[in-house]
Design a protein around this ligand. Structure first.
Ligand code: GDP
Length: 187
Protein backbone atom coordinates (compact mmCIF):
# COMPACT_ATOMS: atom_id res chain seq x y z
CA UNK A 1 0.00 0.00 0.00
CA UNK A 2 1.36 3.45 -0.88
CA UNK A 3 2.33 5.50 2.15
CA UNK A 4 0.24 8.60 2.73
CA UNK A 5 1.60 12.01 1.70
CA UNK A 6 1.31 13.06 5.31
CA UNK A 7 0.40 11.50 8.63
CA UNK A 8 -1.00 14.49 10.48
CA UNK A 9 -2.58 17.80 9.53
CA UNK A 10 -1.84 20.38 12.20
CA UNK A 11 -3.31 23.84 12.43
CA UNK A 12 -0.92 26.47 13.76
CA UNK A 13 -1.62 30.06 14.68
CA UNK A 14 0.95 32.83 14.93
CA UNK A 15 0.33 35.63 17.43
CA UNK A 16 2.26 38.56 18.84
CA UNK A 17 2.53 42.33 18.48
CA UNK A 18 2.52 44.07 15.11
CA UNK A 19 5.89 44.13 13.32
CA UNK A 20 7.58 41.44 15.40
CA UNK A 21 8.04 39.38 12.23
CA UNK A 22 5.09 36.98 12.18
CA UNK A 23 4.45 37.20 8.43
CA UNK A 24 8.17 36.95 7.78
CA UNK A 25 8.39 33.71 9.77
CA UNK A 26 5.55 32.28 7.72
CA UNK A 27 7.10 33.36 4.41
CA UNK A 28 10.43 31.88 5.47
CA UNK A 29 8.77 28.59 6.42
CA UNK A 30 6.64 28.19 3.33
CA UNK A 31 8.66 30.01 0.69
CA UNK A 32 12.29 29.96 1.94
CA UNK A 33 12.72 33.69 1.37
CA UNK A 34 12.86 36.97 3.28
CA UNK A 35 11.32 40.30 2.35
CA UNK A 36 13.24 43.24 3.84
CA UNK A 37 10.36 45.65 3.18
CA UNK A 38 7.14 43.70 3.11
CA UNK A 39 4.01 45.63 2.27
CA UNK A 40 1.95 45.55 5.47
CA UNK A 41 -1.25 45.49 3.47
CA UNK A 42 -0.09 42.27 1.83
CA UNK A 43 0.48 40.48 5.13
CA UNK A 44 0.46 36.76 4.57
CA UNK A 45 -2.50 35.24 6.31
CA UNK A 46 -2.22 31.59 5.47
CA UNK A 47 0.55 29.22 4.52
CA UNK A 48 0.83 25.47 4.16
CA UNK A 49 3.94 23.35 4.46
CA UNK A 50 4.88 19.68 4.58
CA UNK A 51 7.48 18.98 7.28
CA UNK A 52 9.31 15.71 7.83
CA UNK A 53 10.09 15.24 11.50
CA UNK A 54 13.78 14.42 11.94
CA UNK A 55 14.01 11.59 14.46
CA UNK A 56 10.70 9.91 14.02
CA UNK A 57 11.84 6.68 12.33
CA UNK A 58 12.62 4.83 15.56
CA UNK A 59 9.22 3.13 15.42
CA UNK A 60 10.31 1.36 12.23
CA UNK A 61 7.38 2.80 10.32
CA UNK A 62 9.42 5.44 8.51
CA UNK A 63 9.56 9.20 9.00
CA UNK A 64 6.51 11.11 10.12
CA UNK A 65 5.33 13.80 7.73
CA UNK A 66 3.09 16.57 9.02
CA UNK A 67 1.12 19.02 6.97
CA UNK A 68 1.14 22.39 8.70
CA UNK A 69 -1.68 24.80 8.07
CA UNK A 70 -0.51 28.11 9.51
CA UNK A 71 -2.61 31.17 10.14
CA UNK A 72 -1.02 34.53 10.80
CA UNK A 73 -2.82 37.29 12.67
CA UNK A 74 -1.85 39.79 9.94
CA UNK A 75 -3.53 43.12 10.52
CA UNK A 76 -5.52 42.04 13.56
CA UNK A 77 -2.97 42.73 16.29
CA UNK A 78 -4.53 46.04 17.17
CA UNK A 79 -7.75 44.31 18.16
CA UNK A 80 -5.82 42.28 20.71
CA UNK A 81 -8.59 39.83 21.24
CA UNK A 82 -8.95 37.66 18.18
CA UNK A 83 -12.12 35.82 17.35
CA UNK A 84 -12.65 32.33 18.63
CA UNK A 85 -12.98 30.97 15.13
CA UNK A 86 -9.34 31.82 14.55
CA UNK A 87 -8.24 29.78 17.55
CA UNK A 88 -10.65 26.90 16.99
CA UNK A 89 -8.91 23.64 16.22
CA UNK A 90 -5.39 25.04 16.57
CA UNK A 91 -2.95 22.37 17.70
CA UNK A 92 0.02 24.73 17.89
CA UNK A 93 0.65 28.39 18.58
CA UNK A 94 3.72 30.52 17.97
CA UNK A 95 3.89 33.40 20.47
CA UNK A 96 6.28 35.80 18.78
CA UNK A 97 8.24 38.72 20.22
CA UNK A 98 11.18 40.68 18.79
CA UNK A 99 14.46 40.22 20.73
CA UNK A 100 15.16 43.96 20.25
CA UNK A 101 11.80 45.06 21.68
CA UNK A 102 11.14 44.66 25.38
CA UNK A 103 7.57 45.82 24.93
CA UNK A 104 6.81 43.05 22.48
CA UNK A 105 8.15 40.53 25.02
CA UNK A 106 6.12 42.02 27.88
CA UNK A 107 3.02 41.82 25.69
CA UNK A 108 3.48 38.08 25.16
CA UNK A 109 1.71 37.65 28.52
CA UNK A 110 -1.38 39.25 27.05
CA UNK A 111 -1.23 37.10 23.91
CA UNK A 112 -0.75 33.99 26.01
CA UNK A 113 -3.75 34.86 28.17
CA UNK A 114 -5.81 35.32 25.02
CA UNK A 115 -4.71 31.96 23.66
CA UNK A 116 -5.44 30.24 26.96
CA UNK A 117 -8.85 31.85 27.17
CA UNK A 118 -9.94 30.92 23.66
CA UNK A 119 -7.89 28.06 22.21
CA UNK A 120 -8.33 24.36 22.97
CA UNK A 121 -6.84 23.43 26.34
CA UNK A 122 -4.23 21.12 24.82
CA UNK A 123 -2.74 23.64 22.35
CA UNK A 124 1.07 23.48 22.30
CA UNK A 125 2.66 26.92 22.54
CA UNK A 126 6.17 27.86 21.56
CA UNK A 127 7.67 31.21 22.51
CA UNK A 128 9.67 32.56 19.56
CA UNK A 129 12.22 35.35 19.99
CA UNK A 130 12.43 36.73 16.45
CA UNK A 131 15.03 38.84 14.60
CA UNK A 132 17.91 37.09 16.32
CA UNK A 133 20.18 38.15 13.43
CA UNK A 134 19.93 41.80 14.53
CA UNK A 135 21.91 41.01 17.69
CA UNK A 136 24.65 39.11 15.87
CA UNK A 137 27.46 40.07 13.51
CA UNK A 138 29.73 43.12 13.35
CA UNK A 139 27.41 45.92 14.46
CA UNK A 140 24.75 44.28 16.56
CA UNK A 141 21.61 46.08 17.72
CA UNK A 142 21.16 46.24 21.46
CA UNK A 143 19.36 43.16 22.68
CA UNK A 144 16.30 44.12 24.72
CA UNK A 145 15.36 40.62 25.88
CA UNK A 146 18.09 38.39 27.35
CA UNK A 147 17.79 34.77 26.24
CA UNK A 148 17.82 33.62 29.88
CA UNK A 149 14.87 35.85 30.76
CA UNK A 150 12.77 34.44 27.91
CA UNK A 151 13.83 30.89 28.74
CA UNK A 152 12.80 31.40 32.36
CA UNK A 153 9.42 32.79 31.32
CA UNK A 154 8.92 29.82 28.99
CA UNK A 155 9.81 27.37 31.75
CA UNK A 156 7.45 29.08 34.20
CA UNK A 157 4.58 29.00 31.71
CA UNK A 158 5.25 25.53 30.31
CA UNK A 159 6.12 26.80 26.84
CA UNK A 160 8.69 25.58 24.37
CA UNK A 161 11.22 28.27 23.46
CA UNK A 162 13.46 29.12 20.52
CA UNK A 163 15.15 32.22 19.16
CA UNK A 164 14.86 32.54 15.39
CA UNK A 165 15.56 34.75 12.41
CA UNK A 166 13.28 34.94 9.40
CA UNK A 167 16.11 36.83 7.70
CA UNK A 168 18.71 34.04 7.98
CA UNK A 169 16.22 31.21 8.45
CA UNK A 170 17.88 30.11 11.69
CA UNK A 171 15.49 28.49 14.12
CA UNK A 172 12.39 28.85 11.93
CA UNK A 173 11.80 25.20 10.94
CA UNK A 174 13.06 24.22 14.37
CA UNK A 175 10.25 26.16 16.01
CA UNK A 176 7.57 24.40 14.01
CA UNK A 177 9.24 20.99 14.30
CA UNK A 178 9.55 21.22 18.07
CA UNK A 179 5.93 22.24 18.46
CA UNK A 180 4.79 19.51 16.04
CA UNK A 181 6.76 16.89 17.96
CA UNK A 182 5.16 17.98 21.21
CA UNK A 183 1.69 17.85 19.65
CA UNK A 184 2.21 14.39 18.18
CA UNK A 185 3.62 13.17 21.47
CA UNK A 186 0.22 13.96 23.01
CA UNK A 187 -1.78 12.04 20.39
P1 GDP B 1 4.41 41.20 11.48
O1 GDP B 1 3.65 42.49 11.48
O2 GDP B 1 4.58 40.67 12.87
O3 GDP B 1 3.85 40.17 10.54
O4 GDP B 1 5.92 41.55 11.01
P2 GDP B 1 6.57 41.47 9.54
O5 GDP B 1 6.86 40.04 9.18
O6 GDP B 1 5.75 42.27 8.60
O7 GDP B 1 7.99 42.17 9.81
C1 GDP B 1 8.08 43.50 10.29
C2 GDP B 1 9.43 44.07 9.87
O8 GDP B 1 10.49 43.36 10.52
C3 GDP B 1 9.71 44.00 8.36
O9 GDP B 1 10.40 45.14 7.95
C4 GDP B 1 10.59 42.76 8.24
O10 GDP B 1 11.44 42.81 7.10
C5 GDP B 1 11.38 42.83 9.55
N1 GDP B 1 11.80 41.49 9.99
C6 GDP B 1 11.00 40.43 10.17
N2 GDP B 1 11.70 39.37 10.57
C7 GDP B 1 12.99 39.76 10.64
C8 GDP B 1 14.22 39.09 10.98
O11 GDP B 1 14.29 37.90 11.31
N3 GDP B 1 15.36 39.85 10.94
C9 GDP B 1 15.35 41.16 10.58
N4 GDP B 1 16.53 41.80 10.56
N5 GDP B 1 14.22 41.82 10.24
C10 GDP B 1 13.05 41.12 10.28
Amino acid sequence: MASPAWHYVLKFIITGDAAVGKSSLLVRLTDQRFLANPDPTLGVEFGSKLLTLPDSSSSGSGPTVVKLQCWDTAGTESFRSITRSYYRGAAGCLLVYDVTSRKSFDNVRIWLADVRAHADAHVSCILVGSKRDLCEGDSPHPRAVPTELAQQFANDEGLLFVEASARSGDGVEEAFIRAAEEIIGKV
